[in-house]
Design a protein around this ligand. Structure first.
Ligand code: GLY
Length: 256
């Protein structure tokens, strides 16, 4: 169960966030703010307290708080984002996490290691980590060594189609995994019960489990139906403006 969530209000500069999908157009900042507020309200309905950090105009992608840190029930890890424009996001996130973790339980990924939290999927005490354009083998090695003393295992997952691991796969607890594209057939996930998403709704694979409820992005009816058919309560959030800069439900929050 999660008790705490950290989010960060989008800054005006978010319209210049990194994107692989310029064809979707620039985000509408005012609309993004409204969607972000609704996201916070939806999280609160799942029984968590939500800390809202102030916007930071220096970092266009800084509303995606999942990338500069990994939060577990054992410790927090401040990452070294692979995107140069995102490296400085770690300072504010570390300061926020100091309210929740003692200093000897806050660890760091350092150069030449790179790692972004969007590449890390926690399934109990196993952490699957996408080896991506943002997360390298050295970053995964450092994470493995940090988590080993806590009895946690790290498994690398090579990526070929998507930005971050959780762009295409989400763990819904109870051995259930929502998968799209390359993740429907990855040997790493052989033992999980997969809810496979049609390719035209692949963006919906980035859904989040929060205390028994699954939050699904608006506009993905097949994803919503598959999750509901599995017996989960579903809440829907519109993330259209964040999608334009390669963001989604998971990267907008740290949940722990
Ligand atoms: N725009 C989100 C990212 O590229 O990290």
């Amino acid at each position: 169960m999660f008790q705490h969530v950290i989010v960060k209000t989008p800054c005006k500069a978010m319209i210049n966030g990194i994107t692989d999908h310029p064809e979707l157009g620039m985000p509408d900042y005012e609309k993004a703010l409204i969607q972000h507020t609704a996201y916070v309200e939806t999280l609160k309905k799942c029984g968590v307290d939500v800390t809202v950090l102030p916007p930071d105009e220096e970092y266009p992608d800084s509303c995606f708080v999942e990338d500069p840190a990994i939060v577990t029930k054992y410790c927090a890890i401040i990452t070294n984002p692979g995107a140069p424009s995102r490296k400085g996001e770690t300072t504010a996130i570390e300061a926020a996490l100091q309210a929740f973790y003692p200093s000897d339980k806050i660890f760091h990924i350092s150069a030449p290691g790179t790692l972004e939290g969007g590449d890390v999927m926690m399934c109990g005490d196993t952490f699957y980590v996408g080896e991506s354009a943002r997360t390298n083998a050295e970053g995964i090695h450092q994470l493995t060594e940090i988590l080993k003393p806590f009895g946690c295992k790290v498994e690398a997952v090579p990526l070929s189609e998507v930005l971050h691991l959780k762009t295409g796969v989400s763990y819904l607890e109870e051995n259930n995994m929502l998968t799209a594209g390359e993740f429907c057939t990855k040997p790493n996930f052989e033992s999980y019960h997969k809810l496979q998403i049609p390719q035209d709704e692949a963006y919906g694979a980035n859904s989040i489990w929060v205390n028994g409820t699954v939050i699904v992005p608006a506009g993905y009816p097949a994803v919503q139906a598959a999750v509901e058919a599995q017996g989960y309560k579903v809440l829907v959030c519109d993330t259209s403006e964040f999608r334009k800069i390669d963001g989604g439900l998971s990267c907008l929050s740290l949940r722990f």
